[in-house]
Ligand binder design. Sequence first.
Ligand code: SAH
Length: 364
Amino acid sequence: MRIERINTWLTCGDPHELEGLFAHADTLRHEHVGDEVFLRGLIEIGNYCRRECAYCGLHAGNRRIARYRLSADEIMEAARKAVACGFGTVVLQGGEDAAFSKGFVADIVQRIKGELGIAVTLSLGERTAEELAAWKRAGADRYLLRFETSDNVLMEAVHPPHPEAPGRFETLQALRDLDYEVGSGIMVGLPGQTFATLSRDIALFDELELDMIGIGPYLPHPDTPLGQTQAISALDCGSHDTEAAAPALSDQVPATPDMVYRAVALARILRPDANIPATTALGVADEGHGRLRALAAGANVVMPNCTPVRYRSLYEIYPGKDSTSEAEETLAVLCDQIHALGRTVGVGAGKSPSFLKRADRNRV
Ligand code: SAH
């Protein structure tokens, strides 16, 4: 799809046409990745971070949160719980923290693979090719690293470079070279993100040949530089006024659930073989409906939180995350919702067809 067409969909004011977009994405989802919804157990392994991301509640300068790291045994305990819930994958996510060293992460990956045999996904920020290679050798299967926005100037402003961090696109390239299943994505409605930028972001999903695409609304956090200066809020924006004149290319993208559904649907159309989660942030922004509506607009993955409840409230990248429900409770609700959509809960690791096809191509 050409970038102009992406922009037309993002700015479309006709609800009827938009229903057509969501239905088309849903059909492609059914044809390419089937009716299974895969559940990934998210384990937030620590909130220490060396970075100063202006949007994220875990940024290094935030003195208002207590910092924590899970021990290897605590991570194992959470991973066992994820397996008991039937999840075929765990995602180990955390801040960019030197304590999650090459050796520590390699050991934990090896332990999870050895004892539980499930797929392991890492999401630990920008790391060196050497670290990524060691973790792949230890058995890591996948890596998630959002590029957040394709606008370099905006990215530098909200995500200042760090002398020891390789950069997002460099890390994504290293992951590809190492044969990881590669996930990336964006926040929708980041202050400064225009419709022109968002169209380019979405086109990049295809150029980067992503296997997994995570898209969520930007949610302002009061203890962040951006949250303090920006009044734009996903909740304040309300719904996009579909009767108004179409927005211009240079207009700020609203951080609304509606805009995220459009981006999810377009991501499915551009990358029909990718795994696309209905993200937690969307669940927060469109309370009660977000995940379901995303699942009906192209998404096929949900990531229930398996972090020990005692640490949950400390991993506050944005406000409003559910920090009390045990994974089992979330699972029961999710399963009912998935069945109500006429879908089934995925069994096994749920590799993306996009990755499987690339692996096949590389073999010949
Ligand atoms: N340190 C890792 C994991 C970060 S948390 C990394 O940087 O990759 C995962 C994602 O949460 C981020 O990539 C970002 O897209 C999202 N996020 C962070 N702050 C947010 C906010 N205020 N609102 C919405 N999403 C946010």
